[in-house]
Design a protein around this ligand. Structure first.
Ligand code: UT7
Length: 330
């Protein structure tokens, strides 16, 4: 029997800015406190990309360089770079394009995917399909967000949540069945009201008025998003297991988007998974939007075993949500 070509994850990497913003720092900036932030979200600190002229691509570049080093390949061997982000360097051209140039990926084409916190799963599914088609051999999928660029540090509803980071995986063809097995991706544009950036797009181009009204920052109505996220992430993860005839017992790891510890717990419970099987680093990095899932894979890489069934799950602005099943190994 001819084994279908799958897209294996053959390397993982990331980039974390050095500067930390702790809950205690935030206490001095807005009317909040460490206890509220930790109990309501699970976050203790986050990383912030500081420095004049530094953008999302400046986090993508070191992540892609490290990925190539780890795999022992030259950036010139990359066929395609997909960057999932809601904080591109510019509205256009794509951050992926800029990063390809900076990293020396001369033979690659690149494009960005805008799906907020689900951006990495959307991009991973796309990248896997490109590998499965047989047309491409090395696709890099990177989740990267400089959330500090669109965060209002006078708004306690949002500024305690977000951080900056990038993380990436390399996808390559595999004939032993390892890698991306299945994905369920969903979206519901009616969720736009609850999580969005009001201005800077074609609907409301930047003007003195939009700047004065602070419309270039992420806006979130937390509770409706929370409710939709708990249901969306848990439902889609359960649906993915059922579709693949798996139960929580068959799953080695859940890699949830890190937006709120309470959403993560609800998803793990629904899947019947104990806490030891759930990757959680929200306390250190906060919500880094598209970067959270690959950042976890990078951090837990040494604990992953060949053949492990791993469920990646996300929910984010749009609304967008989804879950992906990965068989670890190459
Ligand atoms: O990653 C993309 C998807 N995003 C998510 O999944 C996020 C989903 N939403 C959430 O995680 C939660 O809704 C938040 C963490 C954003 C907020 O938690 P919450 O338990 O829903 O709090 P809340 O918005 O209902 O606010 C409760 C109270 C309010 O005070 P009153 O009206 O009860 O007096 C807020 O004003 O907490 C107050 N509050 C704060 N207090 C201290 C809101 N933010 C803060 C703060 N510090 N930073």
């Amino acid at each position: 029997m001819i084994q279908k070509t799958t897209a294996a994850i053959t390397a993982v990497s990331g980039f974390l800015p050095e500067d930390k913003l702790t809950n205690f720092d935030l206490e001095k900036m807005v009317d909040t406190n460490d206890e509220w932030i930790r109990t309501r979200t699970g976050i203790s600190e986050r990383r912030i990309l500081k420095g004049e002229g530094l953008a999302t691509s400046d986090m993508v570049v070191p992540a892609v360089k490290l990925l190539c080093e780890k795999r022992g390949i030259s950036p010139e061997e990359i066929d395609c770079l997909i960057v999932a982000t809601v904080t591109p360097d510019m509205v256009f051209p794509a951050t992926a394009n800029i990063a390809c140039d900076k990293v020396g990926a001369k033979n690659a084409f690149g494009f960005d995917v805008s799906a907020a916190c689900s951006g990495f799963l959307y991009s991973l599914t796309l990248g896997a399909s490109m590998i499965e088609s047989g047309r491409y051999k090395k696709v890099v999928v990177c989740g990267a967000d400089k959330m500090s660029a669109i965060t209002d540090y006078t708004d306690r509803n949002t500024c305690v949540l977000f951080g900056d980071a990038a993380a990436a995986v390399l996808l390559e063809p595999n004939n032993d069945g390892f890698g991306i097995q299945d994905s369920l991706l969903k979206s519901d544009g009616s969720g736009v009201a609850y999580l969005h950036m009001k201005a800077g797009g074609s609907l409301r181009p930047a003007s003195i008025e939009t700047v004065t009204a602070k419309q270039h920052f992420a806006f979130q109505d937390g509770q409706p998003v929370f409710k939709a996220a708990v249901k969306g992430m848990a439902d889609v993860s359960a649906e993915l297991l059922e579709k693949n005839n798996l139960t929580g017992e068959d799953i080695a790891w859940l890699v949830p988007h890190q937006a709120n510890l309470r959403i993560i717990d609800a998803t793990a419970n629904r899947m019947g998974l104990s806490k030891e099987k759930v990757m959680i680093n929200i306390q250190k990095y906060g919500n880094t939007t598209a970067a959270t899932i690959p950042l976890c894979l990078w951090e837990w890489e040494n604990q992953l075993k060949k053949g492990d069934n791993i469920v990646l799950a996300a929910f984010g602005g749009g609304f967008t949500w989804g879950a992906t099943l990965v068989k670890w190994g190459s």
